[in-house]
Design a binder for this molecule. Structure first.
Ligand SMILES: [Zn+2]
Length: 179
Protein backbone atom coordinates (compact mmCIF):
# COMPACT_ATOMS: atom_id res chain seq x y z
CA UNK A 1 0.00 0.00 0.00
CA UNK A 2 1.33 3.47 -0.84
CA UNK A 3 1.88 6.25 1.65
CA UNK A 4 -1.03 8.32 2.86
CA UNK A 5 0.66 11.59 1.88
CA UNK A 6 -0.91 11.46 -1.59
CA UNK A 7 -4.12 9.79 -0.33
CA UNK A 8 -3.90 7.20 -3.07
CA UNK A 9 -3.27 3.46 -2.94
CA UNK A 10 -2.63 1.10 -5.81
CA UNK A 11 -3.04 -2.59 -5.04
CA UNK A 12 -2.51 -5.42 -7.49
CA UNK A 13 -2.46 -9.19 -7.40
CA UNK A 14 0.01 -10.93 -9.67
CA UNK A 15 -1.39 -11.00 -13.21
CA UNK A 16 -2.03 -14.73 -13.36
CA UNK A 17 -0.87 -17.05 -16.14
CA UNK A 18 -3.69 -18.78 -18.00
CA UNK A 19 -1.78 -22.01 -18.68
CA UNK A 20 -4.29 -23.71 -16.39
CA UNK A 21 -7.42 -22.94 -14.32
CA UNK A 22 -7.19 -21.14 -10.98
CA UNK A 23 -6.18 -23.10 -7.88
CA UNK A 24 -6.34 -22.36 -4.17
CA UNK A 25 -3.05 -20.41 -4.27
CA UNK A 26 -4.57 -17.88 -6.66
CA UNK A 27 -7.63 -17.57 -4.42
CA UNK A 28 -5.49 -17.13 -1.29
CA UNK A 29 -3.47 -14.31 -2.88
CA UNK A 30 -6.51 -12.58 -4.36
CA UNK A 31 -8.51 -12.70 -1.12
CA UNK A 32 -5.58 -11.15 0.78
CA UNK A 33 -5.31 -8.38 -1.83
CA UNK A 34 -9.08 -7.84 -1.60
CA UNK A 35 -8.83 -7.54 2.20
CA UNK A 36 -6.09 -4.88 1.79
CA UNK A 37 -8.15 -3.03 -0.83
CA UNK A 38 -11.25 -2.97 1.40
CA UNK A 39 -9.21 -1.79 4.41
CA UNK A 40 -7.56 0.87 2.23
CA UNK A 41 -10.94 2.23 1.09
CA UNK A 42 -12.28 2.20 4.67
CA UNK A 43 -9.22 4.22 5.69
CA UNK A 44 -10.27 6.89 3.22
CA UNK A 45 -7.60 6.31 0.59
CA UNK A 46 -8.42 6.71 -3.08
CA UNK A 47 -7.85 3.05 -3.89
CA UNK A 48 -7.35 1.30 -7.22
CA UNK A 49 -7.38 -2.49 -7.07
CA UNK A 50 -6.16 -4.44 -10.11
CA UNK A 51 -6.20 -8.11 -10.98
CA UNK A 52 -6.19 -9.99 -14.27
CA UNK A 53 -4.57 -12.56 -16.50
CA UNK A 54 -1.24 -12.78 -18.35
CA UNK A 55 -1.99 -14.46 -21.67
CA UNK A 56 1.46 -14.50 -23.28
CA UNK A 57 3.86 -17.42 -22.93
CA UNK A 58 4.99 -20.59 -24.62
CA UNK A 59 3.37 -22.74 -21.93
CA UNK A 60 0.01 -21.17 -22.75
CA UNK A 61 0.51 -21.86 -26.46
CA UNK A 62 1.34 -25.48 -25.66
CA UNK A 63 -1.69 -25.92 -23.37
CA UNK A 64 -3.90 -24.50 -26.14
CA UNK A 65 -2.44 -26.84 -28.76
CA UNK A 66 -2.87 -29.86 -26.49
CA UNK A 67 -6.59 -29.01 -26.26
CA UNK A 68 -6.93 -28.35 -29.99
CA UNK A 69 -7.62 -24.64 -29.57
CA UNK A 70 -6.07 -21.40 -30.79
CA UNK A 71 -4.10 -19.46 -28.17
CA UNK A 72 -6.75 -16.73 -28.08
CA UNK A 73 -9.68 -19.17 -27.73
CA UNK A 74 -7.88 -20.92 -24.92
CA UNK A 75 -6.91 -17.65 -23.19
CA UNK A 76 -10.51 -16.36 -23.46
CA UNK A 77 -11.82 -19.53 -21.85
CA UNK A 78 -9.33 -19.72 -18.96
CA UNK A 79 -9.34 -15.97 -18.30
CA UNK A 80 -13.15 -16.12 -17.94
CA UNK A 81 -12.86 -18.87 -15.29
CA UNK A 82 -10.61 -16.57 -13.22
CA UNK A 83 -12.94 -13.59 -13.61
CA UNK A 84 -16.06 -15.66 -12.79
CA UNK A 85 -14.38 -17.08 -9.72
CA UNK A 86 -13.47 -13.60 -8.40
CA UNK A 87 -17.04 -12.43 -9.10
CA UNK A 88 -18.42 -15.44 -7.18
CA UNK A 89 -16.15 -14.53 -4.26
CA UNK A 90 -17.21 -10.86 -4.40
CA UNK A 91 -13.65 -9.67 -5.00
CA UNK A 92 -13.82 -5.87 -5.16
CA UNK A 93 -11.40 -5.29 -8.06
CA UNK A 94 -11.62 -2.00 -10.00
CA UNK A 95 -10.20 -3.49 -13.19
CA UNK A 96 -9.63 -6.99 -14.51
CA UNK A 97 -6.82 -6.58 -17.03
CA UNK A 98 -5.89 -9.06 -19.77
CA UNK A 99 -2.55 -8.82 -21.55
CA UNK A 100 -4.44 -9.39 -24.82
CA UNK A 101 -6.59 -6.25 -24.21
CA UNK A 102 -6.17 -3.65 -26.95
CA UNK A 103 -5.46 -0.85 -24.44
CA UNK A 104 -2.85 -2.98 -22.69
CA UNK A 105 -1.10 -3.67 -26.02
CA UNK A 106 -1.10 0.06 -26.77
CA UNK A 107 0.39 0.82 -23.35
CA UNK A 108 3.16 -1.73 -23.83
CA UNK A 109 3.93 -0.42 -27.33
CA UNK A 110 4.14 3.12 -25.98
CA UNK A 111 6.44 2.13 -23.08
CA UNK A 112 8.62 0.14 -25.50
CA UNK A 113 8.97 3.05 -27.96
CA UNK A 114 9.88 5.50 -25.19
CA UNK A 115 12.62 3.13 -23.97
CA UNK A 116 13.74 2.37 -27.54
CA UNK A 117 14.04 6.06 -28.44
CA UNK A 118 15.94 6.59 -25.19
CA UNK A 119 18.53 4.03 -26.31
CA UNK A 120 17.64 1.65 -23.46
CA UNK A 121 16.68 -1.23 -25.78
CA UNK A 122 19.20 -3.10 -27.91
CA UNK A 123 19.23 -6.25 -30.05
CA UNK A 124 21.54 -9.14 -29.17
CA UNK A 125 21.63 -12.92 -28.98
CA UNK A 126 20.93 -14.97 -25.88
CA UNK A 127 21.83 -18.65 -25.57
CA UNK A 128 21.17 -20.88 -22.60
CA UNK A 129 19.48 -23.91 -21.03
CA UNK A 130 15.76 -23.21 -21.03
CA UNK A 131 12.92 -24.94 -19.19
CA UNK A 132 9.63 -24.44 -21.05
CA UNK A 133 7.59 -25.44 -18.00
CA UNK A 134 9.21 -22.87 -15.71
CA UNK A 135 9.70 -20.33 -18.52
CA UNK A 136 13.21 -19.73 -17.24
CA UNK A 137 16.82 -20.05 -18.25
CA UNK A 138 19.20 -21.83 -15.87
CA UNK A 139 23.01 -21.70 -15.80
CA UNK A 140 24.72 -25.04 -16.48
CA UNK A 141 25.97 -25.13 -12.87
CA UNK A 142 22.37 -25.37 -11.60
CA UNK A 143 21.19 -28.20 -13.89
CA UNK A 144 20.60 -31.65 -12.42
CA UNK A 145 22.78 -34.27 -14.19
CA UNK A 146 23.76 -31.59 -16.71
CA UNK A 147 20.34 -31.59 -18.34
CA UNK A 148 17.36 -31.41 -16.03
CA UNK A 149 15.60 -28.35 -14.60
CA UNK A 150 16.49 -27.70 -10.92
CA UNK A 151 12.95 -26.41 -10.27
CA UNK A 152 10.66 -29.01 -11.85
CA UNK A 153 12.97 -31.84 -12.93
CA UNK A 154 11.92 -31.80 -16.59
CA UNK A 155 14.59 -31.85 -19.32
CA UNK A 156 15.81 -28.42 -20.46
CA UNK A 157 16.60 -27.48 -24.06
CA UNK A 158 19.30 -25.21 -25.40
CA UNK A 159 17.63 -22.12 -26.75
CA UNK A 160 19.45 -19.54 -28.81
CA UNK A 161 17.45 -16.56 -29.88
CA UNK A 162 17.86 -13.06 -31.12
CA UNK A 163 16.14 -10.81 -28.68
CA UNK A 164 15.72 -7.27 -27.46
CA UNK A 165 17.44 -6.43 -24.19
CA UNK A 166 16.94 -3.62 -21.69
CA UNK A 167 20.15 -1.80 -20.81
CA UNK A 168 19.75 -2.02 -17.03
CA UNK A 169 23.50 -1.42 -16.59
CA UNK A 170 22.96 2.20 -17.68
CA UNK A 171 20.99 2.70 -14.45
CA UNK A 172 23.36 0.84 -12.14
CA UNK A 173 24.65 3.86 -10.20
CA UNK A 174 21.23 5.44 -9.86
CA UNK A 175 19.70 2.18 -8.66
CA UNK A 176 22.45 1.43 -6.16
CA UNK A 177 22.11 4.96 -4.73
CA UNK A 178 18.34 4.49 -4.48
CA UNK A 179 18.63 1.11 -2.75
ZN1 LIG B 1 11.41 -26.41 -14.94
Amino acid sequence: MSSSSCHKAYITTPIYYVNDIAHIGHAYTTIIADTLARYSRMSGLDTFFLTGTDEHGQKIEESAKARGKTSQEYADEISATFKNLWDDFGISYDKFIRTTDADHMKGVQKAFSVMYENGDIYKDVYKGHYCISCEAFFPESQLVDGEFCPECGKPTTIVEEESYFFKLSAYEDKLLAWY
